[in-house]
Design a protein around this ligand. Structure first.
Ligand SMILES: [Zn+2]
Length: 282
């Protein structure tokens, strides 16, 4: 609970005349926070007792975790298509164009090579903003190729998951196959002695959680992230059980042995460098 909850109650709604987007209500502590201050803290709530980790776009993830200008993006020529001619509310090919225009990304994953405090790594990140970060063929292929490059170059691998969508239904079985494909590539990487650090962010669900996100040699997560396979309501209805309040959170998963460590966003880069040093030099 936020100790300032009462004190700041009067600030729940931005006052008239205040430019939109200047203030925001934090879902964690319900306080009204100054957006600029949040952004300056890597999109983390500035309230001392809260520290709610807001969404961070893939481009900012790269900026935050990798050394300045060290990232070289790979496989930018891979772009999604619509092999099934799928249509829900709108045709999938139109949806793709809209998502690309909205996010400025060609797909939900970005992969490449960069440096973490001077240590070379192969790096990948999935972004919730693009179709909930779901793993379509291109996301799976980019990740697989990145893993294969990490194997070939004998570099540590860091994958950041921000995927709430799991498999992408618009690509049917082609999407489901990506789970096996990335997992097979990770198995070969593991056999070659590679170090894979998985960083789970809010949310990591479905087929992504059931494949690469949960296969790290070292499993890190940001505080308060939603992590799981099926949604809480589905599980609760199927089992007819009341689930614990913190079910499918980073904290719950750490307690139950799924995670190795919860790391605040501001500490992730240093922690990554430390883990790489520790594992590479035994
Ligand atoms: Zn907060």
């Amino acid at each position: 609970m936020n100790p300032n909850g009462n004190k700041r109650q009067g600030e729940e709604r931005p006052q008239r005349g205040v430019p939109e987007g200047l203030w925001q209500t934090c879902p964690g502590c319900k306080a009204t926070i100054f957006v600029k201050e949040k952004v300056a803290r890597l999109n983390v709530c500035p309230e001392p007792a809260c520290g709610w980790h807001f969404y961070l776009p893939a481009a900012q993830r790269i900026e935050q975790l990798l050394d300045a200008d060290s990232f070289e993006e790979w496989f930018t020529d891979l772009v999604p298509c619509d092999p099934l001619g799928f249509k829900d509310r709108i045709p999938y090919h139109e949806r793709l164009l809209a998502e690309q225009a909205k996010t400025g990304m060609s797909e939900a994953a970005i992969v490449g090579r960069g440096f973490v405090r001077g240590r070379p790594v192969v790096f990948g990140v999935t972004d919730f903003a693009f179709m909930a970060g779901s793993m379509g063929s291109v996301v799976g292929e980019k990740l697989t190729r990145a893993i294969e490059e990490a194997t070939r170059l004998q570099l540590p691998l860091v994958l950041v998951s921000g995927s709430g969508g799991g498999a992408r239904m618009h690509e049917g079985i082609l999407s489901l196959m990506q789970m096996a494909k990335v997992s097979a590539a990770l198995a070969r990487y593991d056999q070659a002695g590679g170090l894979y650090v998985a960083i789970l962010t809010n949310p990591t669900m479905g087929g992504v959680a059931a494949s690469f996100a949960m296969q790290g040699d070292v499993m890190l997560a940001e505080p308060g992230a939603l992590i799981g396979f099926a949604g809480k309501r589905v599980i609760s209805n199927t089992l007819r059980l009341e689930l614990p309040k913190d079910f499918q959170t980073s904290e719950f998963l750490l307690e139950h042995g799924f995670l190795d460590r919860i790391v605040e966003r501001k500490d992730l880069r240093t922690e990554l460098a430390r883990i790489i040093d520790y594992c590479e030099h035994e």
